[in-house]
Unconditional design. Structure first.
Length: 120
């Protein structure tokens, strides 16, 4: 029993010419649309950079151990070690670990399709 099939398609000269003309038109439209999008994106990046520069002068670094009342209402920078006493388990594979997060990555493999095309 064979699992193969053949599909025959034909393109005329005018069909290929039409596809080429459509490709040129789409390319020109994309070229024209790219400039306003670039202007908009650069403007957003500038506003973000200005905001981060202003915030840099206002941010207060503090300890994560306790709440400091002098930092109330101000942007705060905190660094700490993330730890957990919980033991996480994956019952499917019988794995357990003392961690903050346990992630399972599942992969599935399928057959490889072989495709040939001939042009005349």
């Amino acid at each position: 029993m064979s699992n193969s099939f053949s599909e025959v398609t034909r393109d005329t000269w005018f069909g290929r010419l039409g596809k080429s003309v459509m490709g040129v038109i789409v390319g020109l439209v994309m070229f024209v649309v790219a400039f306003p999008l670039l202007w908009w994106n650069e403007g957003r990046a500038l506003h973000t950079a200005v905001g981060l520069t202003q915030l840099q002068g206002e941010v207060v670094s503090t300890s994560a151990d306790k709440v400091d009342p002098k930092c109330e209402g101000k942007p705060v920078h905190v660094t700490a070690q993330a730890t957990s006493d919980a033991t996480l388990k994956d019952p499917e594979f019988g794995i357990s670990a003392q961690a903050n997060k346990l992630r399972r990555r599942v992969e599935m493999y399928q057959w490889k399709e072989e495709k040939e095309s001939h042009e005349t």
